[in-house]
Design a protein around this ligand. Structure first.
Ligand code: G3P
Length: 213
């Protein structure tokens, strides 16, 4: 039951579409430009560095805030708290990727995934940030960086969850692994067009002209 509450609460926070709102404030629907994604990468591509940073921070914070609230609200269940944080974060991703009031056309959930990482473990965040920056610096493919850190997120959670790092009670572990897998799978599903373009050598590079979905 708590898992459902967290999922719904996360979805409500995820509905705050930073990229769409910021774009509208500049007179454009970001989903009609660039890759059509409403996230920070496309905000950067379409509206510039300042927009990219603002949209990233908005989408990051809309994940960190409800995850923090859940940590306080459910502090009496320490053996499950990281499962509940993951459920909240997944709810944010659902709200971000599929906002009902925008005909379910939102983003890809990577800034929200970064917010989940930050809410779970700063070391995971640091490793993923480093890997992401390196990949983007070398290849200039943001999508490749997003996919690799999503895979690291899943592997990290399974490995360290198994070692007892999150203080999970044994019954909570399968849920923790399952929600981690669903979050990573969602990232890959949302990037399926990017994956095809990467395989064909046609993916958008940071600083280059875009290709639409
Ligand atoms: O976070 C989204 C990024 O990985 C790809 O964005 O707009 O190039 O499809 P985009």
């Amino acid at each position: 039951m708590e898992q459902i509450i967290c999922l719904v609460m996360g979805y409500v926070f995820g509905l705050f579409q930073t990229g769409f709102i910021y774009g509208k404030s500049k007179g454009i629907d970001i989903r009609q430009h660039g890759s059509g994604n409403s996230g920070s990468t496309n905000a950067l591509r379409v509206m510039g560095v300042k927009a990219g940073l603002i949209v990233f921070m908005g989408d990051f914070l809309k994940t960190v805030i409800p995850c923090f609230l859940v940590r306080i609200l459910f502090r009496s269940q320490p053996g499950y708290i990281y499962v509940l944080i993951l459920c909240t974060g997944f709810g944010v991703i659902l709200g971000h990727n599929f906002p009902f009031y925008l005909k379910f056309k939102g983003g890809k959930g990577i800034a929200a995934t970064a917010g989940i990482m930050f809410s779970l473990d700063w070391r995971l965040t640091a490793v993923c940030l480093l890997v992401f920056v390196l990949i983007v610096a070398v290849t200039r493919y943001v999508s490749l960086g997003s996919l690799v850190v999503s895979a690291i997120f899943l592997c990290w959670n399974i490995y360290f969850g198994h070692l007892g790092a999150y203080g999970l009670v044994p019954e909570a572990r399968p849920q923790f692994y399952a929600v981690s897998a669903v979050i990573a799978a969602m990232a890959f599903w949302r990037h399926r067009a990017n994956i095809v373009r990467l395989a064909q050598g046609r993916e958008n590079k940071v600083g280059a002209k875009k290709k639409t979905e």
